[in-house]
Ligand binder design. Structure first.
Ligand code: ADP
Length: 265
């Protein structure tokens, strides 16, 4: 055991030895992987029954099923809202398990940006209708194709719209815009909702962070997963917001020269 003298200000103390603790963490790592796999499987399995609950509510709402009393309509609305929440949580859990293990698998290809927007609008239609929110889109013509994982990029846009709906008042408007900004293609979702206090703006992309007072309905995971998905694709993500006025969440994807390579080789 080495013994040496370590100066600490005017005093001198003696180091009389060193203790090295070695711990085999293989079992912890295995447990962690098992836990992650379990979360992924459960969240995946939950999606089918939730989808069938949503289909049943659609059938019950149909005029052919008969007229519902006011109370029955309210109950049905509650089931619909909860099933939307459950679906969001399961899809976040499914994705966070990938992100946590640093195991984001990207299946990137050259895609047209328009289907990404259409997918996100369709996926959020039911939630928007429930709050009588109009979703408008303003998409520049002749947009370049981008090299992205289409599913993950659509997931991020869907998450932005879901949040915009959640944090906006009824009868309000949401605008989805896609435009070229230099060497980037920018997707943005603007709402006229509650907005975010400037002191919290940078924190909304942190894992599990929720602005105090935003209700305990969410998980605080959606935006942090979105950040991982976009940054892993070489993109940028951000928000502009004013409390009481609204928010604009955006992400930009680089328009790569790979497009040219693909067609010339
Ligand atoms: P969740 O919505 O599940 O809580 P997110 O990661 O998607 O988690 O969002 C984190 C927090 O950011 C939310 O809890 C909310 O406080 C705030 N936030 C997100 N989107 C908006 C928005 N469009 N308007 C106002 N606040 C928002």
């Amino acid at each position: 055991i080495p013994i040496d003298i370590i100066p600490t200000g005017e005093q001198y103390s003696q180091r009389v030895g060193e203790v090295i603790v070695l711990k085999n963490i293989t079992s912890f790592k295995e447990l962690d992987v098992a836990k992650t796999n379990f979360i992924a499987t459960v969240s995946h399995e939950l999606r089918t029954p939730i989808a069938s609950i949503q289909m049943s509510t659609e059938v019950l709402k149909h005029p052919r099923t008969g007229t519902l009393t006011e109370e029955q309509q309210q109950l049905l609305l509650g089931i619909e809202e909860d099933s939307i929440r459950l679906l969001k949580i399961t899809s976040e859990l499914l994705n966070v398990s990938q992100v946590e293990t640093g195991n984001i698998k990207l299946f990137s290809q050259f895609v047209d940006p328009l289907p990404i927007v259409n997918y996100a609008i369709n996926a959020t239609r039911m939630e928007a209708e429930q709050k009588h929110i109009q979703i408008h889109s303003d998409i520049a013509v002749e947009l370049p194709r981008i090299f992205v994982d289409e599913e993950k990029t659509a997931w991020v846009l869907t998450n932005f719209i879901t949040n915009a709906i959640r944090y906006s008042p009824i009868n309000s408007e949401i605008w989805i815009r896609v435009k070229q900004e230099g060497r980037y293609l920018q997707f943005s979702v603007q709402d006229h909702g509650k907005g975010i206090d400037s002191s919290y703006k940078n924190r909304v992309f942190d894992r599990y962070f929720q602005v105090p007072g935003s209700g305990r309905t969410g998980t605080g995971l959606g935006l942090s997963i979105s950040k991982d998905f976009i940054e892993n694709q070489g993109g940028k993500i951000g928000v502009e917001s004013e409390l009481g006025v609204g928010s604009k969440f955006f992400f930009s994807i680089p328009i790569e020269n790979k497009t040219i390579d693909l067609y010339t080789t």
